[in-house]
Design a binder for this molecule. Structure first.
Ligand code: ATP
Length: 520
């Protein structure tokens, strides 16, 4: 893993405007709305040429740093890690064992007037401070400041009063009594009393496997990659030499029929996870939990989330998942996204899942205690405990985009994407200063030579200023320009993205220069 660029927290920047970032993502081919030509589909996103490269760099870095060459463990021994790649559709019993069938529900509220559906724990209501049990309440989605302001104004108008924030208080929707619902106006409704009571709503996408569409053929798209790892625990043990403590890693798609997909790719219905299940002796949970918590926090910093926008938040006891209550702990690694600022949104959870999953699978598949791990050295059998660092590749990519986005009115592009060089989709632009006089031949040759090792782009067209601007928007850390001097003294100009400094280096040293700056 490369060292963090700096350990001292950078000052908090003003949040960027999401609409600017979304526009740049579309214009430059980072992220498009899925099926856009048909009007899109809510909660699904496509990655364009720059976006796929960025996301791949993130996933490759994770695989390399966590699976291929992770650091030593807390015991000073090299970490033992292997990978798997499991199917998206699995035997439905997997989801019964994991608790997802029946348990993976969010309480939902429907609006009979607008037909919109909301997550109950995302809703809040505005109500007069002096509420006597009869005043009107306006519901809004928490975090949506515009909607909250509008709710306040509508409420004041209804009460024929001047709007003043002090006159109202905010209450979580879930704290309301059933009898209060008749006075609540939904976020997209005009009349009160149209919101239903919260009802469980399954987040799993259902499908049928095979020709028959009956109860026996029901299957689910996996809502997390973790269960494929647990279901293969025994296979991995039997087919490799790994022994506890060791980890199994997987990167893959997960699907959740989120009720309110929003905030660009942050809450999507199809997304990618990067998950590790690290199997340990039950009595070593505290030490391994501390290790993974620190390693994962450090890793996000090493790829460019270096400032105060990244925090590690330990969960309160009442937030813990059912399996983690008695464990070493659970924390979230959170990023200050523009839409969560001044608050934070989850990038990754690190959780002590105890032996919950292995025990459940042992019970549900009928193998029972036989599935316990046998520790040859100690001559004992037990169900290993698990520390699970579970990260989102799409949320990670979004955090990299937000962090990189740097408005700069002094540049022709008006913005520069300051990706960590390891994450940058394009590592270098290669330009002939003019597209004639022998320069394009040299730049094409250089391009052909470098592309075997690095993601580089050859761009012979337009003015040099416009070409630099395109590279600034793509976040390309270096540009090499071939000019008339190159033809006589075999040197090129290197332009550095962040400092705008320009220096000349030997043409035959360009590969070594790039390798030193970005690795490879
Ligand atoms: P949230 O509370 O935001 O719904 P979660 O706690 O349910 O997230 P986990 O089940 O812990 O999330 O999933 C692990 C990681 O997967 C998250 O940290 C996040 O990065 C990613 N993730 C989860 N749900 C989504 C989603 N709907 N869209 C994109 N990424 C997601």
């Amino acid at each position: 893993m490369t060292a963090p660029a700096t350990d001292s927290p950078a000052p908090i920047r003003d949040p960027i405007r999401m609409e600017d970032l979304v526009a740049l993502c579309r214009r430059r081919g980072f992220i498009f709305q899925s099926s856009e030509i048909y009007g899109g589909i809510n909660g699904f996103w496509d990655y364009g040429p720059l976006g796929v490269a960025l996301k791949r760099n993130l996933k490759d870095a994770w695989w390399k740093d966590m699976v291929l060459c992770p650091p030593d463990g807390p015991d000073g021994e090299p970490l033992s890690m292997v990978g798997v790649d499991c199917t998206i559709i699995m035997n439905s019993r997997v989801w019964e064992a994991s608790g997802h069938v029946g348990g993976f529900n969010d309480p939902m509220v429907d609006c009979r007037e607008s037909k919109a559906r909301y997550r109950a724990d995302h809703l809040a209501v505005l109500v007069a401070r002096e509420d006597d049990g009869s005043r009107r309440m306006m519901a809004f989605i928490e975090g949506d400041d515009a909607q909250r302001e509008k709710a306040g104004k509508v409420l004041a108008k209804y009460e024929r009063a001047e709007f003043s924030p002090d006159r109202y208080m905010v209450r979580p929707f879930t704290s309301l009594a059933r009898t209060d619902l008749t006075r609540v106006v939904g976020p997209d409704a005009k009349e009160p009393g149209t919101l239903t009571e919260p009802r469980a709503f399954s987040l799993m996408f259902k499908t049928n496997v095979g020709a028959l569409e009956d109860a026996s053929s029901i299957a689910y798209l996996r809502p997390e990659t973790a269960q494929g790892i647990f279901a293969n625990f025994q296979n991995v043990l039997d087919s490799t030499r790994v022994r506890v403590p060791f980890g199994i890693a997987q990167i893959g798609k997960a699907f959740r029929n989120e009720v309110t997909p929003r905030n660009f790719t942050f809450r999507s219905r199809e997304f990618e996870q990067m998950e590790i299940e690290f199997f340990i002796r039950p009595d070593s949970a505290g030490e391994w939990y501390a290790f993974w918590r620190e390693l994962r926090h450090r890793w996000w910093r090493s790829i460019g989330l270096t400032g105060a926008n990244l925090v590690l938040r330990e969960h309160d006891r009442d937030e813990l998942a059912h399996y983690a209550k008695e464990g070493a702990g659970t924390c979230d690694i959170e990023y200050r996204f523009p839409f969560t600022a001044p608050g934070f949104g989850e990038l990754e959870g690190v959780a002590h899942r105890s032996d919950f999953d292995l025990r459940r699978h042992a019970e549900f598949c009928g193998k029972g205690e036989k599935m316990r791990y046998f520790d040859q050295e100690k001559n004992e059998r037990y169900f290993p405990h698990v520390i699970e660092p579970s990260a989102g590749a799409d949320r990670g990519t979004l955090a990299l985009l937000c962090e990189a986005y740097t408005p700069d009115p002094s540049r022709p592009s008006g913005v520069v994407m300051k990706f960590h060089p390891r994450m940058a989709p394009v590592k270098a632009g290669i330009f002939p200063l003019v597209n004639k006089d022998g320069m394009p031949e040299v730049s094409e040759r250089l391009h052909r030579e470098l592309r075997a090792r690095f993601a580089v782009e050859h761009d012979p067209k337009q003015s040099i200023g416009k070409r630099y601007a395109r590279m600034d928007e793509a976040g390309t850390p270096y540009c090499f320009t071939i000019d008339s001097d190159t033809l006589t003294n075999q040197t090129v100009t290197v332009r550095e993205r962040d400092t705008l400094s320009q220096e000349r280096i030997a043409l035959d040293k360009v590969g070594a220069f790039l390798a030193e700056k970005i690795g490879g």
